[in-house]
Design a protein around this ligand. Sequence first.
Ligand SMILES: Nc1ncnc2c1ncn2[C@@H]1O[C@H](COP(=O)(O)OP(=O)(O)OP(=O)(O)O)[C@@H](O)[C@H]1O
Ligand SMILES: [Mg+2]
Length: 158
Amino acid sequence: MKLKSGSEGETFLIGKALGGCLKAGDTVLLRGDLGTGKSVLARGIASALGIDRPMASPSFTIMQPYEGVCPVYHFDLYRLSDPDEIYFAGLEEHIGSDGVAMIEWPEILDETPPVNVDICIQRGNGFDERELEVRLNGMEDRAQLICSSLKPFSEGSA
Ligand SMILES: Nc1ncnc2c1ncn2[C@@H]1O[C@H](COP(=O)(O)OP(=O)(O)OP(=O)(O)O)[C@@H](O)[C@H]1O
Ligand SMILES: [Mg+2]
């Protein structure tokens, strides 16, 4: 589904609405150009999962783990240079595991891992405007819940 955000706060709320529908084993891809709001979305998702401590600037680590209602693994692959680093950051072992994995800059990977939610966030016309495209894979059980949670942000609803 396509969504629109008019501010950082609104993007955070989109993440929070989505995060409230996620559970351990889910994986979220966060795609989009530099500075579009992937980390803002990640913070919103994490907040819905009970993580209230500030999230580290993820660019300095490839994976930052958090403990909320379930473990949350926040990956930022932007600075990845050596493919071995992925292995050490535990990408494979944290996908579809005991927690929710969120992956910024998955484009860096040769192969996209299996994910439930694929979000692309891009700049819109106004400075603070963003357009989001959310795709769900095999979430039949929760697709309706997710769609109704995100409905307030969907295009044309404002
Ligand atoms: N509608 C919006 N949604 C999200 N962020 C917005 C919005 N409007 C303005 N911003 C600003 O855009 C920036 C988004 O930063 P953020 O770190 O989330 O981007 P990012 O996509 O994670 O970047 P990077 O590619 O460097 O990881 C913030 O400075 C935020 O204030
Ligand atoms: Mg980021």
